[in-house]
Write a protein of this length. Structure first.
Length: 179
């Protein structure tokens, strides 16, 4: 059995956070000591590990409570939904970053940027020795291995949606011909 102090130290949480988790039914201790202190079992510890994972994934406490009552398929669906929210937010932030860089229009701004645009990316690949066919093969593999990540990457470069669709479609067709 673990004390509230041990659990709080292990997970980097305050005692009051664990008391709050108990009050909302997220993590209740399995027992009490003779002095009426909360005691957590190994099963409680495992539950807290899951809570920590869900929190690290950005899920709100209310959703986490519900997930513990749901079948595995709904947990997967909730995680996929959260992943899509994160992808959408990243996209929104990339657009903001691009807009700020466009407003700055200075070499300094571009040198300090943490992202590349399409032209910079193509230039980098060409400088590394890749020709047009090599770049297409790169897209073919990216599309095959992780279509959604490929979509996100292309969006991060500021490429228009119709061009992204063309790149992905061409990649899929070439992959089908190779198979």
């Amino acid at each position: 059995m673990y004390t509230i102090g041990q659990i709080s130290k292990r997970f980097g949480l305050s005692r009051s956070t664990l008391l709050y988790y108990d009050s909302i039914g997220l993590l209740s201790p399995s027992g009490r000591s003779q002095a009426n202190y909360r005691l957590y079992s190994e099963q409680d510890l495992q539950r807290m590990q899951k809570v920590a994972l869900f929190r690290d994934a950005g899920l709100p406490l209310e959703s986490i409570i519900q997930l513990f009552e749901q079948p595995e398929s709904e947990v997967v669906e909730a995680l996929e939904t959260q992943l899509q929210r994160i992808n959408d937010e990243m996209n929104r932030l990339r657009n903001q970053q691009r807009n700020i860089l466009n407003m700055l229009e200075s070499k300094t701004g571009l040198l300090n940027a943490r992202s590349l645009n399409k032209e910079q990316w193509v230039s980098l690949l060409a400088a590394s020795g890749m020709n047009e066919n090599d770049m297409l093969n790169w897209h073919v593999e990216f599309e095959h291995l992780s279509p959604q990540a490929h979509q996100d990457f292309l969006e991060s470069l500021g490429i228009e949606q119709n061009e992204i669709e063309k790149i992905r479609h061409t990649s899929q067709i070439k992959r089908d011909k190779q198979a």
